[in-house]
Design a protein around this ligand. Structure first.
Ligand code: HEC
Length: 123
């Protein structure tokens, strides 16, 4: 193998690792809808997927993507109206984000993702 080929392989590997860890932490903070149990309906999944998009974009304009499981349901009920207003969400968008948060709290990410979270100690 030439030196150049070797270099390319290293760059590719580092890139792949960085990309993977980036995805993993976002997946932990805001689990993709396909990881949530109990969301079989097409319309529900679409709505939740749209809500997650809002959550990881418009809700991350001022701060990082806040891990959903960092707050309990009662905490979220107090936080969401304030934050939805900050993000200028309309009523439908705010309701969708609320549904997404509820779904993550109730049906959680897949068990292996939860296990990773525990290993980390904090999120
Ligand atoms: C206009 C800026 C802005 C937008 C948009 C925004 N936030 Fe925030 N948010 C803040 C600030 C400022 C704080 C307080 C500092 C911090 O905790 O980072 C905060 C705090 C939070 C907290 C922690 C609250 C606590 O009491 O510990 C959560 C959770 C949160 N935001 C979620 C969201 C969600 C969900 C959305 C989208 C609906 C959102 N934020 C949109 C500015 C914003």
């Amino acid at each position: 193998m030439t030196l150049q080929q070797h270099f390319c392989q290293c760059v590719w590997l580092i890139g792949a690792m960085a990309g993977l860890s980036g995805c993993l932490s976002l997946e932990r903070a805001a689990p993709p809808v396909e990881q949530l149990k109990g969301t079989e309906g097409v319309a529900e999944r679409l709505n939740l997927a749209m809500a997650r998009d809002i959550y990881i974009t418009r809700c991350a304009q001022c701060h990082e993507v806040k891990p959903v499981t960092e707050h309990s349901l009662p905490e979220w009920e107090a936080i969401l109206p304030k934050e939805a207003e900050k993000a200028h969400l309309n009523a439908a968008e705010a309701e969708s984000v609320r549904a997404y948060v509820l779904q993550v709290l109730r049906n959680g990410p897949a068990p292996e993702v939860k296990a990773l979270d525990k290993g980390k100690g904090q999120l």
